[in-house]
Ligand binder design. Structure first.
Ligand code: ATP
Ligand code: MG
Length: 439
């Protein structure tokens, strides 16, 4: 083992090693994926960032010292290998490396708590406990390469439209919407909370002339339930636009989503193949389905949903059987949407809120907001909340607040759509749920 890479420099990644390459001598660095010792010949599989290369060591072709060094290697130890490239139809990728020297950079304990070769399947809890090993699997790290590309594409899309990226506090004095979904914390001698949404702050930005803002940041929800769609810490892609209504931001959202899918499809071909995903770029505009129509639709499927109820899981599932791609649910009853959602002027029982769904999964909620101070106070009271606890927020509505609209898109829920993950935990490096606070 060594603490020095002196004289060693990685020249290639595995995926770059090709039989026809014109640099016959290469240096690769990575982990020992597999070892097959046949006595007179040892095969090593070396795995790096996105590929695997066979290292072939016949006792006749390598020095006795090197042969013994290779024989003593253990799975998942970290090595640097220098050798010559040779065509080999039987080897993965049709190529193998005959080693000239090997540097053992670090050893791995045995047995492994998890098998990165995926021959032995493990439960999600075991995998999450040893996430660093789990992430050595291509099928697992592909999800994060896709998530990264999606976030990149979202940023580029918004920046191209002159949105400004903002950062709002995650330590907050009171709830965004009331409710019990809050994590209380001790803030010196006071009680405070972890932010459940940047909602009130991004709205205040609408009174500043910044006009179009976005934030990609954690939201914290103390949801007790243990589902395949809920995390206690998630990443929200939040957008707010001034001088706009719900229709404007629905158009923005569907174009952003379709653009991200197209971008991932173009740039993550290999990762999508690994996951067995065939992404279709959805046509825009997405279908709009009225909330009242949703109630009829799901009831026709035997679900018992009353007008005025939020969608139950059964209702979402029934909808998912009818709708097979992305669609909006519009014209929600005001009663089940938060106080900051604008009611329809002609029929205030209906609101300017919308949800974006993918089959049975809600991925975004948004609305035109209330920009009129007195109506906002009335709505806060109507929800049984005390307007005094919203003083600093309400002040922004008294000195020139333009009409505005926005939405929050869950980065993990969207990643589930892009990767086919059935459990939202698959889309977070270190998920936080009802039972999990480590690693
Ligand atoms: P749900 O009804 O599915 O619990 P919600 O309506 O409470 O979600 P919103 O407050 O509308 O969620 O948040 C906007 C978006 O943020 C959601 O559509 C979702 O994509 C994401 N999101 C919200 N809560 C969570 C969570 N606990 N875990 C993962 N993503 C979440
Ligand atoms: Mg919602």
């Amino acid at each position: 083992m060594t603490d020095s890479l002196k004289d060693w420099r990685r020249t290639h990644y595995s995926r770059e090693v090709k039989p026809e390459m014109n640099s016959p001598k290469v240096t690769l660095m990575g982990w020992i994926h597999e070892i097959r010792d046949l006595g007179g010949i040892i095969f090593l599989l070396l795995r790096d960032r996105d590929g695997i290369t066979q290292i072939t060591a016949p006792s006749k072709k390598v020095s006795a010292k090197l042969f013994e060094e290779i024989r003593s290697l253990r799975k998942e130890s970290v090595v640097a290998v220098e050798g010559t490239v040779q065509e080999s139809p039987q080897a993965p990728g049709g190529v193998e490396i005959i080693p000239q020297r090997i540097l053992l950079l670090n050893t791995s304990h045995q047995p492994l708590p998890l098998d990165p070769t995926e021959k032995v399947r493990a439960e999600i809890d075991t995998r999450l406990d040893s996430r660093f090993l789990d992430l050595r699997k291509h099928s697992v790290n592909s999800i994060f390469k896709i998530k990264s590309r999606m976030l990149h594409s979202v940023r580029v899309f918004l920046e191209n439209q002159e949105f400004i990226e903002i950062n709002t506090p995650k330590l907050v004095a009171s709830a965004t919407e009331g409710g019990t979904e809050l994590f209380p914390i001790t803030y010196f001698e006071r009680e405070a909370f972890l932010g459940q949404s940047p909602q009130l702050y991004k709205q205040m930005m609408m009174a500043t002339s910044l006009d179009k803002v976005y934030e990609i940041a954690p939201i914290f929800r103390a949801e007790e339930h243990d589902t395949l769609r809920h995390l206690n810490e998630a990443i929200s892609i939040d957008v707010e636009v001034a001088f706009a209504d719900q229709k404007d931001v629905m158009t923005l959202l569907e174009n952003l989503v379709a653009n991200a899918i197209k971008d991932v499809k173009e740039h993550c071909r290999e990762e999508l193949d690994t996951l067995g995903m065939d992404l279709d770029v959805p046509e825009t505009p997405f279908p709009r389905v009225d909330y009242a129509e949703v109630v009829d639709l799901v009831n026709s499927k035997g679900v018992n949903l009353h007008y005025g109820d939020d969608l139950s899981r059964a209702a979402e599932k029934a909808l998912g059987e009818i709708m097979d791609s992305y669609y909006f649910i519009t014209n929600w009853p005001s009663e089940i949407k938060p106080f900051y959602v604008m009611p329809n002027r002609k029929n205030p029982k209906i609101s300017h809120a919308f949800d974006l769904m993918y089959r049975d999964l809600e991925i975004s909620s948004g609305a035109m907001r209330v920009h009129l101070h007195d109506l906002l106070v009335e709505r806060i009271k109507g929800k049984g909340l005390n307007p005094d606890s919203f003083n600093r927020y309400l002040a922004a509505f008294q000195y020139g607040m333009p009409p505005h609209a926005g939405w929050g898109l869950g980065a993990e829920r969207f990643t589930m759509c892009l990767t086919g993950a059935k459990n939202v935990r698959e889309t977070v490096l270190f998920p936080r749920d009802r039972r999990r606070l480590t690693p």
